[in-house]
Design a protein around this ligand. Structure first.
Ligand SMILES: Cc1ncc(C[n+]2csc(CCOP(=O)(O)OP(=O)(O)O)c2C)c(N)n1
Ligand SMILES: CC(=O)[C@@H](O)[C@H](O)COP(=O)(O)O
Ligand SMILES: [Mg+2]
Length: 600
């Protein structure tokens, strides 16, 4: 028998269903989501919370004529189900499969692909201006933004503009208030929303010039549809921005999510749908190693404090927070504030550790440059998910930090290669009160220990060769890949010295001395090649007039898709086999190596 969900191939099909069928459809969608996401991994909790909201949105608004912008976009699976992509969920977040976020290549119904939060209001402000200028006054841009994303500063910059907009720019904002980011949303915004839900406050959004509804049950289809229809009518009639405050439950309808105190199954791996738990043993991660070491440091140094941007557990600070509750600050989804408040903490005599995913740290570049580095403040940044992350796709890979932060005067950057160097480099960073320091590591299990055979002025030599053919400069966690490549090349008669600078930027000048005695320098980094460590090494050799050529192996300056981390690194030519092939090919391309029998 054809299910209701199978009958919905486009938003118009939703408008053919009656009230009972819509309730039945919502149940089918939840069943579908649990089955599909437990099988592939993804954002289960957020999507279970927007089933009714998405049904009502697509019944009231005429997407894509009325563009719907999903803030962050992790909660757009139901939207995808209703816009013709049900059959593609079998390959959710896989290479070439259905993106876990909106994708313009997938559908005309998808508007913004960036998974960095708090952007939706700015998008719809721009869309409303464009529609007004083009005389398309009957088009209503709609933003769906979560309570967590509402703690991001960009959202308030947009509200400042939207609230005072001229009376010809209708738009609708749906505030999806499920009271949580990962954990319960914190700060004055969250407190205000709680008072609005309790009916004990006047809406700040109304004070800013928006027309606001009273909070509406985000799981009551009829109430939702009524509120959205009123909002659309008011927006059109008055040419004004209207905010609908929908109160929802993250993980709604799936007991393992509803009872998950950590994060309502915000983002899950492959789990058993019956329990919501994974049966796969999890190897120790970089995050766990960091979390353990920073808690140990905190016990030794009471001037050390930590900051998270609404990701306490994902960045590994929950043990620190449990053991020293007054010294860990969750600032909400506000990375810029996180960094500049860290500058204030440092000015006040503390040593703050700011733990943020590398991709989200992009937002706080100016704060790191001008609020921290300009004042040479002792702040330590810890960038998790640096490099290729995997299934979250283009706006989640942390592949720009080394290039951006290479520009920051006085900032010292370390890239640990194993648990021992992570712990050591973290202690060196927190022990440096002369200026800002930074550690970066990937989203993966921590590999095996990779001890140095000797050290040269701060540079760890990991393996040496008889001939002095190739100097391979390994950055961070790619050390095991470099050692594997060195072994493959040795079998081809090419000697490789693998070194790990530990503190990768600014480039250690001793690399110039090492390079001078080799025929080729190869740098290997899980970062875009544009402006990364490879570029720094090449600049150093140029400045020192050392003629040894440099082959920079890294990610191309392009947006990478989604997939498994190992597959994406391999496709980028950064795994043992392909790296060896690239080095061999590089050598073969140089006349002096023609006589070496090299298998390219
Ligand atoms: C700038 C930025 N910081 C952090 C994140 C990581 N992140 C993804 S979703 C999320 C919580 C979102 O909460 P909310 O906006 O309330 O949406 P919900 O998941 O509750 O629907 C966070 C912190 C992000 N995507 N962007
Ligand atoms: C949507 C978002 O930004 C995060 O939830 C993201 O999915 C990070 O996932 P990991 O913590 O698994 O890297
Ligand atoms: Mg939320």
């Amino acid at each position: 028998m054809t299910t209701l969900l199978e009958k919905v191939c486009c938003p118009a099909d939703l408008r053919l269903l009656d009230a009972d069928e819509l309730v039945a459809l919502a149940a089918e969608v939840r069943e579908f989501l649990v089955d599909a996401v437990c099988r592939s991994g993804g954002h289960l909790g957020p999507n279970l919370g927007v089933v009714e909201l998405t049904i009502a949105l697509h019944r009231v608004f005429d997407s894509p004529r009325d563009p719907i912008v999903w803030d962050t976009g992790h909660q757009s699976y139901v939207h995808k189900l209703f816009t013709g992509r049900r059959a593609e969920f079998g390959d959710l977040r896989g290479p070439g499969g259905l993106s876990g976020y909106p994708s313009r290549a997938e559908s005309v119904h998808d508007v913004a692909e960036n998974s960095h939060a708090s952007t939706a209001l700015s998008y719809v402000d721009g869309l409303a201006k464009a529609f007004a200028l083009r005389g398309e006054r009957d088009r209503i841009p709609v933003a769906v933004i979560g309570d967590g994303a509402m703690t991001g500063g960009l959202a308030w910059e947009a509200l400042n503009n939207i609230g005072s907009a001229a009376h010809d720019r209708p738009l609708v904002i749906v505030l999806n208030d499920n009271t949580r980011s990962y954990a319960p949303t914190v700060g004055g915004v969250a407190d205000h929303l709680a008072r609005l839900r309790a009916g004990t406050a006047t809406s700040v959004f109304g004070e800013l010039g928006l027309v606001c509804t009273r909070p509406v049950d985000g799981h009551d289809l009829e109430a939702l549809e009524t509120a959205l229809r009123q909002a659309r009518g008011l927006a059109l009639e008055r040419g004004r921005p209207v905010l609908v405050h929908a109160v929802t439950v993250k993980g709604r309808g799936y007991p393992p999510a509803e009872s998950d105190d950590a994060d309502r199954m915000h983002a899950v791996g492959v789990v058993d749908p019956a329990t919501g738990r994974t049966s796969r043993p999890s190897a120790p991660t970089w995050t766990a190693t960091f979390g353990d070491e920073i808690a140990r440091i905190a016990a030794e140094r009471e001037d050390v404090v930590a900051i998270t941007a609404a990701m306490l557990r994902p960045v590994g600070l929950h043990r620190f927070a449990t053991e020293f509750p007054g010294r860990v600050f969750d600032v909400g989804m506000a990375e810029q504030h996180a960094v500049t408040s860290a500058a204030g903490l440092a000015m006040g005599g503390m040593h703050p550790v700011v733990a943020i995913y590398a991709t989200f740290f992009n937002r706080a570049f100016d704060q790191a440059l001008m609020d921290v580095a300009l004042h040479r403040l002792p702040v330590t940044f810890v960038l998790d998910r640096a490099g290729v992350t995997g299934e979250d796709g283009a706006s989640h890979h942390g592949m720009w930090d080394l290039s951006l932060l290479n520009l920051v005067p006085g900032l010292r950057i370390a890239a640990p290669r194993d648990a021992t160097t992570l712990r050591a480099e973290l202690r060196e960073a927190v022990g440096d009160d002369t200026g800002p320091t930074l550690l970066r590591f990937p989203k993966s299990a921590v590999g095996r220990e990779l001890p140095a055979v000797r050290q040269v002025d701060g540079v760890d030599v990991l393996s040496e060769c008889a001939g002095e053919d190739v100097l391979m400069v390994s950055v961070g966690a790619l050390a095991s890949t470099c050692l594997e490549a060195a072994g493959i090349l040795a079998a081809q008669g090419i000697g490789v010295t693998v070194v790990d600078p530990r503190w990768v930027l600014p480039v250690n000048p001793v690399l110039a001395d090492l390079a001078a005695s080799h025929e080729l320098v190869v740098t290997v980094e899980d970062n875009t090649r544009a402006g990364g460590v490879g570029a720094g090494v090449a600049q150093l050799l140029h400045d020192r007039a050392i003629a040894t050529p440099v082959c920079s192996v890294g990610l191309l300056p392009e947006f990478l898709g989604a997939g498994k981390r190992a597959d994406l690194l391999s496709a980028a030519g950064i795994d043992g086999e392909s790296l060896a092939e690239r080095v061999a090919a590089e050598l073969v391309s140089r006349a002096e190596w023609q006589d070496v029998e090299v298998v390219a």
